[in-house]
Design a protein around this ligand. Sequence first.
Ligand SMILES: N[C@@H](CCC(=O)N[C@@H](CS)C(=O)NCC(=O)O)C(=O)O
Length: 292
Amino acid sequence: MSDTTDYVPPKIWTWNKANGGRFANINRPVAGATHEQALPRGKHPLQLYSLGTPNGVKVTVMLEELLALGHSGAEYDAWLIRINEGQQFGSGFVAANPNSKIPALLDYSNGDSPVRVFESGAILLHLAEKFGTLVPTEPALRAECMSWLFWQMGSAPYLGGGFGHFYAYAPFKIEYAIDRFAMEVKRELDVLNRRLAESRFIAGDDYTIADIAIWPWYGGMAKGQLYEGGEFLQVQEYTHVIRWADEIAKRPAVRRGRMVNRVMGPLETQLHERHDASDFDTQTQDKLQAKA
Ligand SMILES: N[C@@H](CCC(=O)N[C@@H](CS)C(=O)NCC(=O)O)C(=O)O
């Protein structure tokens, strides 16, 4: 095995900003706000502060699914938080999520003192319970759904923070780290592949918040859309995951949800902010840039 470093940890760790690599401008070893910045508030009860990453997409897909099911109370304003510019460290955002990570939701349904919800899994569950849908009520099915939802919350950091970080973002390639996380991500994909060989959706016959949580990460990985790591991980082997990912990708609410707060890809797929259903027709970046 190649040894890319002769690093010996000192007795006490100290912060060397220069070692932050691609994220040096935002990562730091302390929490809390770095600057005063109030969050904007729109006209709807649900105010989402997010970005179109896999964690952000979970919530915008959920909201679009709720609207597609006829829950008009799920109308929402989606505001863009540019994490590469440190907007997650503004005082308003930190009040909404002390962990300074998107997505964060403020639910003003009960008046001017909002309920704050952070962690994408908690937001999915909050919305599913609020509207009484996309989460089973029968105890065994509910337990299965919760198990997969929490599986996702525990597993995705190995995919994103582990494999993705060391394969795509680290300033140099460390064989040990890439090996460790490639092995774990392949194991996770196999867990899903075996489950989806026996079940149409993750928690059973019905589409639930477990699918909504898992799809942006593992659906994206199985389709080779994350970290340019598809060939490396030989993702075409996970045929049941691919069958499931393709079925979910066709859902109209999913197609809309993945556009919201998206700042990459073709301009017609980027809806930086969403305040009204009509924004999908009039406010995508291709249309805004043509008007400018
Ligand atoms: N467990 C969290 C993870 C959220 C998360 O990692 N968000 C990333 C973007 S995908 C972020 O905001 N990073 C900004 C930072 O770390 O400063 C969730 O599921 O909501």
